[in-house]
Design a protein around this ligand. Structure first.
Ligand SMILES: Nc1ncnc2c1ncn2[C@@H]1O[C@H](COP(=O)(O)OP(=O)(O)OP(=O)(O)O)[C@@H](O)[C@H]1O
Length: 933
């Protein structure tokens, strides 16, 4: 029993222990589960919090973005003075193309960006503190930024575009000389329409907004474009007295009861006139006209009715008011009715102390009125600007919105400025007037006017419709901008030719006129073939043909005609022909000069002058207009008198010309036109009188040598034919060694291109020796067979033995230095070589330093020059060339640097001017040939 009891106890203990162990295990498990659950709960809570924070942040960012977008849109709708806070307000036009700005009258209550618990939101703004950023408002833009709590930091973060900047905080009340509700830079502004869009009623509770609204209206557009008519029967308009300065400039009138009818009638008449004459059925409103043309030919007129007892108005006045209400806005006439008169037009948009019918649901906090001093200063400045005259139109405002939309079939039209009435002044070229004379003393703005004209033409007409040839005889490069250059690689796609620095190269003017005459002939022939009498008909009959109108502009053209010589005679003849016949063939001349009065060659030909019916006189121009027309004496600076009736008094138009020459105005336009250029449009040919052309690698036809570049539109090479025939030698005449050496090198190198030739070189002038040696080396590289001779008699002796039927050149530098030392046999051999050599294909290209020395070598005083068909004179005067020249007394030739007069009896009727090429680029350097250090 005792055992049994003991066993039972043992079992009971064992069971108790096991149960205890199991209970322990269960408790551990439960504890672990609890720990796990709490960890998970903590984790979930964290995730949940983060999710909430993320969503909050996203929401805040979306709100902020929306807010900023709204602020940015507001800044655009009410730019500059239309939206700036009074703290930094100044008259500043933000008026662009299209309709007028909206005007700020306050803020949307509680529209500031409210804080949230999200981490990326700015901290809260104290609701009663108004802030303005002087930096933001001084840019003229409406404040659109938000930032940190100014109270906390004293600094403000502003964001302008991508840039983030800090600016000192200035904390001011909305209307800071009154206790009006605060305005913050981050609250949404309340903008209302007036100009171009609406009339307005202002309740007495909102009357404080009137002066601010009017100030914004007059300040946000160019000075003088808003006229205020204030009807103030009780003379209560004290708040508008600060605008008084506008009155003196005719921009503000106060009207009492006695003036009311007249004002209403006159405004109704204005609406009628604007509709009939300005909009003329082409545009529905002035706003539409401005959007289409970029111009505002009429001011806005605002009739303010202060506490008018409308019910007591006579029926006529009420009817006129109703007319203005119905039709005024389109014609720029707006009504602002102030007061609580219920008899007034009930349906006008209405501003109260807390709301505006155009912003339903929004509670407004109106800005306080601007400080009196701000109004006074602004009114004064606007009045002064207005009295000083209209701001000149900008070039960009005169250009068409769409490029190249016009056809030149009937003529060429271009805006060049504005008349005093603000109308765009256009110039026409076509059947009438066909050509233009532009005159004005130096600095009066001729070149600028030509730029403006060219800008207008090049924007209206595509390069298929218009081709320009531009020549400037002045020293300087005013037309160089039209050609592709190193600094600016663009060009004006219409320009076919630009000539600059051509004051000494009158022949280039001649070349242009000859080129135009050739074009005239081509057009006349085509017209005949199509039985057309003028360009318009030719274009209709030959729609596939390329018949652009041509405008040739010659600045300082008096230079072309200033000397009594063959050049002037031919130029005048060509001008006469072009002026007479160009009209019908679409070739128009624009001649500009600082001294039209002094061009005798012109005034001696009344029939020539008569063709130039379009006259443009810049200030102080003489004789451009008719003799009794003195308008140019009084026309203002940067204006022009435009007259398309040959200068008769009754056709004068005074036109303000924009600044078209300034790079800021010109370069963007040229870039735009250049980018629009058609495929295949080539840059214009550029002739620069100051530039020495380099010999290029171009090869002339076989058995031909080049001598230099001709002065013509195509910049061709002057050719010397080297075929077997008597006389095919060349004499270079004059003492300029470098140019003579360049001509000989050019001739030999070009003759050697593409064919095997033999060359004998004899250089008797030390100054030319290094060039001659370099030439010898270059010719050998070209594959020519070159023999060098130290003495002239070596060249002459047995010359015929060298003739083997292959083209052979004798290049003799300073023939006369050697010929004087020849014995009689040598002299005879020289003459025989000159006379008979060419028939054996041995051509002498010799340089003689004077005409008598050449003559001496050809046989003395009575010698003929038959052995030398071609000559090229450098520094030899015209009369000295008489024996060689077809003209008795010699050619009209005035020697000048880097120019030669070339005549080939076999080819030319008259000598032509050539520019010897620079050959250095085609020759090895002298050090390489002479073993110099
Ligand atoms: N409408 C204008 N608005 C502003 N500046 C102008 C205007 N017209 C001319 N100018 C400026 O006046 C100066 C002289 O103008 P421009 O070169 O056109 O005169 P010009 O009669 O061609 O003189 P010149 O014969 O000496 O070249 C230039 O600096 C030009 O920028």
């Amino acid at each position: 029993m005792g055992d049994e009891l003991g066993r039972a106890r043992g079992e009971a203990r064992f069971l108790a222990e096991r149960t205890a162990a199991e209970a322990e295990a269960e408790r551990d498990k439960a504890e672990r589960a609890i720990t796990d659950a709490s960890r998970k709960q903590a984790q979930l809570k964290g995730i949940h919090e983060r999710m909430l924070a993320t969503l909050e942040a996203r929401k805040a960012a979306a709100v902020r973005d929306g807010h900023e977008a709204a602020l940015a849109a507001a800044a655009k709708a009410a730019p500059a003075a239309a939206g700036a806070l009074w703290s930094a307000w100044q008259p500043e036009s933000g008026l662009g193309r299209g309709s007028a700005p909206l005007l700020r009258i306050g803020r949307i209550a509680d529209s500031e960006l409210m804080p949230s618990s999200g981490p990326s939101l700015p901290p809260p703004h104290p609701p009663t503190t108004a802030t303005a950023l002087s930096a933001a408002t001084s840019t003229g833009r409406a404040p659109v930024e938000s930032g940190d709590d100014p109270g906390a930091s004293g600094k403000f973060r502003i964001r302008s575009g991508a840039a983030v900047a800090s600016a000192d905080l200035s904390s001011v009340a909305g209307g800071y000389d009154n206790p009006a509700p605060p305005v913050t830079t981050i609250s949404l502004p309340a903008l209302i329409p007036l100009l171009d869009r609406s009339h307005l009623r202002i309740d007495t509770t909102a009357a404080q907004a009137l002066s601010g609204l009017l100030l914004r209206a007059v300040g946000a557009v160019p000075a003088g474009l808003v006229r205020l008519h204030v009807y103030d029967p009780e003379h209560l308009g004290g708040s508008l007295s600060a605008f008084a300065a506008l009155g003196k400039a005719g921009l503000l009138s106060f009207i009492g009861p006695s003036g009311l009818r007249e004002t209403l009638d006159s405004l109704v008449e204005t609406v009628r006139r604007v509709n009939a004459e300005v909009l003329a059925g082409e545009h529905a409103s002035l706003a539409e006209l401005a959007a289409a043309t970029g111009r505002r030919p009429e001011p806005w007129r605002v009739l303010v009715l202060l506490n008018a007892d409308l019910a007591s108005w006579p029926a006529h006045d009420q009817a006129q008011l109703a007319r203005l209400r119905r039709t005024g806005v389109a014609a720029g006439v707006h009504l602002v009715v102030v007061g609580d008169d219920t008899a007034g037009p009930a349906d006008l948009p209405r501003l109260t102390g807390t709301g505006y019918t155009g912003l339903p649901g929004a509670v407004l906090e109106l800005d306080g009125p601007p400080p009196q001093s701000t109004i006074t200063a602004a009114a004064k400045s606007i009045a002064e600007k207005h009295s000083a005259g209209r701001e000149p139109a900008r070039l960009v405002d005169l250009l068409p919105q769409r490029l190249w939309a016009a056809s030149s079939a009937t003529g060429l039209f271009a805006a060049i400025g504005e008349t005093a009435a603000g109308d765009v002044a256009r110039l026409a070229l076509g059947d009438n007037p066909p050509h233009a004379l532009v005159g004005g003393p130096s600095g009066s703005g001729k070149t600028n006017l030509l730029y403006a004209w060219i800008a207008g033409l090049a924007s209206n007409y595509s390069p298929d419709e218009l081709a320009l040839y531009l020549l400037d005889f002045k020293e300087g490069v005013s037309f160089a901008r039209f050609a592709s250059g190193r600094r600016d690689p663009t060009w004006l796609p219409h320009v076919r030719l630009v000539g600059v620095n051509i004051n000494d190269d009158r022949e280039f003017g001649l070349a242009l006129l000859r080129h135009l005459k050739e074009e005239l002939r081509r057009r006349a022939e085509a017209a005949k073939a199509h039985e057309a009498t003028k360009l318009e008909e030719l274009r209709a009959a030959d729609p596939e043909g390329h018949w652009p109108r041509i405008v040739a502009v010659v600045d300082e053209f008096q230079v072309l005609l200033e000397t009594r010589d063959a050049v002037t005679d031919e130029a005048v003849q060509l001008l006469e022909d072009l002026a007479r016949r160009g009209r019908s063939q679409g070739i128009h001349l624009v001649l500009a000069s600082q001294d039209i009065a002094g061009i005798e060659a012109l005034w001696g030909r009344p029939s020539l002058v008569a063709q130039f019916t379009l006259r443009i006189a810049l200030p102080k121009a003489r004789r451009v207009l008719a003799e009794n027309n003195h308008a140019a004496d009084t026309v203002a600076r940067f204006h022009a008198v435009v007259n398309d009736e040959s200068g008769h008094c009754n056709a004068n138009r005074s036109v303000a010309i924009p600044n078209a020459g300034h790079a800021d105005a010109w370069e963007p336009l040229q870039k735009r036109l250049w980018e629009a250029r058609p495929i295949g449009n080539e840059p214009p040919a550029l002739f620069d009188g100051d530039h020495v052309p380099d010999l290029t690698a171009a090869a002339p036809p076989p058995e031909t040598a080049l001598l230099g570049q001709t002065i013509d539109v195509a910049s061709r090479g002057a050719e010397l034919a080297l075929h077997r025939a008597p006389g095919r030698n060349l004499a270079i005449l004059g003492t300029r060694a470098t140019e003579a050496a360049d001509i000989l090198a050019t001739a030999a190198l070009t003759a050697a291109r593409g064919q095997r030739i033999g060359v004998d070189i004899c250089c008797l002038e030390p100054d030319a020796a290094s060039s001659a040696l370099a030439l010898a080396a270059a010719l050998e590289t070209e594959g020519a067979e070159v023999d060098w001779h130290d003495q002239l008699d070596e060249v002459c002796k047995d010359w015929d033995r060298r003739c083997d039927g292959v083209l052979r050149l004798n290049l003799v530098y300073a023939v006369d230095a050697g010929s004087a030392r020849l014995d009689p046999a040598g002299t005879a051999a020289l003459r025989a070589m000159l006379i008979d050599g060419p028939e054996r294909h041995l051509h002498t290209l010799g340089w003689w330093r004077s005409v008598p020395r050449l003559r001496e070598d050809l046989g003395g005083f009575s010698a003929r020059f038959d052995a030398v068909d071609a000559w090229l004179a450098l520094d030899v005067q015209g009369p000295e060339l008489a024996p060689l020249s077809p003209a008795s007394g010699g050619p009209a030739w005035y020697p000048r640097e880097r120019r030669g007069l070339y005549f080939d009896r076999a080819r030319h009727r008259v000598p032509q001017v050539v520019i010897p090429y620079r050959t250095t680029a085609q020759l090895p350097r002298p050090e390489a040939v002479l073993d110099l250090p």
